[in-house]
Design a protein. Structure first.
Ligand SMILES: Nc1ncnc2c1ncn2[C@@H]1O[C@H](COP(=O)(O)OP(=O)(O)OP(=O)(O)O)[C@@H](O)[C@H]1O
Length: 233
């Protein structure tokens, strides 16, 4: 599903110095896997997600996601890739406040082909995440966990096989966060590939693999240590 080879990403900081965030990084993720990426603040986790999601193609090396090589794609092709191959889930949900849950899930249809059964599809996704009865509510009338479920339903709208998540439980209390983690586990069991950047041990304990971003490279965390956290399926 994901094959990244020898990826190097640098930013220019304010005084024109190059800061290398990813340094010859390699990553292979099988289709249907559930992977957590951990690492201290500033280690490059969001940068990595942007590269994998085709939001940033300014790097050296090769990134291939779902069979698509992202480097060198034109903006239009990158947009098509994002609409069809990946769903994004963010810490702060990124819902539009004055739209209902249903309208938020339907948002991607405004940027792509809108099929006649778009509403039915959005309703089914809201049912899937346990919010069928609350589809007409505005985000302000939903709890944090419910907002994140709406965001997950929206991320699934285009039928992606890969979910890229940036601290998806970072704004949720432990109980609500556990419910969202459970939803990710179910989606993974249903065949979706999930890659989540996280600071939360509960989230990484739920993943099948944990990779640590260290000095610009990804290092596999040994499984036995994680087994003691009690979660990996
Ligand atoms: N657009 C940019 N221009 C310059 N430097 C940047 C830019 N974006 C990120 N950086 C720098 O790159 C490094 C990695 O940032 P990134 O956001 O990927 O880290 P992170 O691991 O996701 O951090 P956090 O856990 O705090 O979200 C940081 O030092 C950051 O300051």
């Amino acid at each position: 599903m994901i094959h990244a080879r020898d990826v190097t990403k640098e930013y220019l900081d304010g005084d024109g110095t190059r800061v290398r965030v990813l340094d010859g990084m390699t990553l292979d993720v099988e289709a249907g896997d559930f992977v957590a990426v951990v690492g201290p603040s500033g280690s490059g986790k969001s940068t990595l997600l942007h590269l994998l999601g085709g939001l940033d193609v300014d790097y050296r090396g090769e990134v291939k996601v779902g069979g698509v090589t992202l480097g060198g794609l034109k903006d239009k092709d990158l947009a098509r890739f994002r609409n069809t191959h990946v769903g994004f889930v963010f810490q702060s949900f990124h819902l539009i406040p004055n739209l209902s849950a249903l309208e938020n899930v339907l948002l991607p249809s405004y940027f792509g082909p809108r099929t006649p059964d778009a509403i039915k599809r959005a309703e089914a996704l809201l049912e899937r995440v346990g919010l069928g009865a609350k589809k007409d509510r505005a985000p302000v009338r939903l709890s944090g966990g419910e907002r994140q479920r709406v965001a997950i339903a929206r991320a699934l709208y285009g039928g992606p096989r890969l979910l890229l998540c940036d601290e998806p439980t970072g704004n949720l209390d432990a109980t609500t966060g556990d419910g969202v983690i459970q939803l990710f586990r179910e989606l993974h069991r249903e065949g979706l590939t999930v890659l989540a950047v996280t600071h939360e041990e509960r989230m990484s304990a739920a993943a099948r693999r944990v990779l640590r971003l260290k000095e610009g490279k990804l290092v596999e965390e040994p499984a036995p240590e994680r087994a003691t956290l009690g979660g990996a399926p």
